[in-house]
Design a protein around this ligand. Structure first.
Ligand SMILES: *[C@@H]1O[C@H](CO)[C@@H](O)[C@H](O)[C@H]1NC(C)=O
Ligand SMILES: *[C@@H]1O[C@H](CO)[C@@H](O)[C@H](O)[C@H]1NC(C)=O
Length: 217
């Protein structure tokens, strides 16, 4: 069993004043468990999560290239990074938002495109809530940075679900929140399929729970 630990911090949900950092804590990593119902390695409750509403890439080597809307997640070492944007309905202001990176093994997927090789170091950077990516987004023209320094790189490998961030949805409710995922040593590409197990970044809502059931046990 791998023991991994992650820094948790508000990823873009909390930005410049008037937003403040509400908590930053380290979570013990959890074992990936299979959902008995559908055989998927991670569970997203119907109606209680968001897939990214907009995905795009930026390239350090082509800093003025606008990739526009993309369906694929793509990260290459020290060059291409992916931006994932979530729209948070105003009605979710009273929920907690948990940003998760679901990272199944290739053999756990049947219809999704998937490519992964490298050392597995990933860096997450949050943008200011309300500053959303769009067709104009390039490496040189990214959404407004959040006020936190980049979080320490984390090691992610296939076969696990990673909790990137947990925090009140209120800061992003009625608008959007986006973040950048990059790597210095890993190529990772994936194209989720609607009739396959989830892969990539998701935002799950929770109410009256300190953290989602799969983590609280
Ligand atoms: C990538 O970054 C991690 C964390 O900073 C570092 O330990 C590792 O040596 C880096 N890898 C490469 C290939 O630069
Ligand atoms: C949100 O998370 C905090 C901290 O874990 C918890 O105290 C609070 O009850 C949660 N709120 C909701 C609506 O789930």
């Amino acid at each position: 069993m791998h023991t991994l630990s992650l820094f948790l911090a508000y990823l873009g949900v909390v930005g410049a004043t008037p937003f403040t950092l509400l908590s930053k804590r380290r979570l013990e990593d959890h074992q990936w468990t299979r959902n008995e119902k559908d055989g998927c390695p991670a569970y997203l409750e119907a109606g209680e999560f968001e897939s990214p509403s907009y995905i795009t890439q930026v390239s350090k080597c082509q800093p003025d290239r606008a990739f526009g809307p993309q369906s694929i997640g793509r990260i290459t070492p020290n060059d291409v990074s992916s931006i994932f944007n979530f729209d948070i309905p105003a009605s979710r202001a009273d929920a907690n938002c948990t940003l998760e990176f679901l990272f199944p093994r290739q053999k756990q997927l049947t219809n999704s495109y998937y490519k992964y090789h490298g050392g597995g170091s990933f860096l997450f950077t949050g943008y200011l809530a309300g500053s959303c990516p769009g067709p104009q987004t390039t490496y040189n023209n990214q959404p407004t940075a959040g006020t936190f320094p980049p979080f320490p790189p984390i090691h992610m490998e296939p076969g696990y679900a990673y909790t990137i961030d947990v925090g009140p949805c209120m800061f992003a409710a009625g608008t959007c929140v986006a973040g950048l995922t990059s790597s210095n040593d890993t190529t990772f590409e994936f194209l989720p399929s609607a009739d396959d197990c989830p892969i990539g970044v998701y935002n799950a809502y929770s109410y009256g729970l300190p953290c989602p059931p799969e983590y609280c046990g």
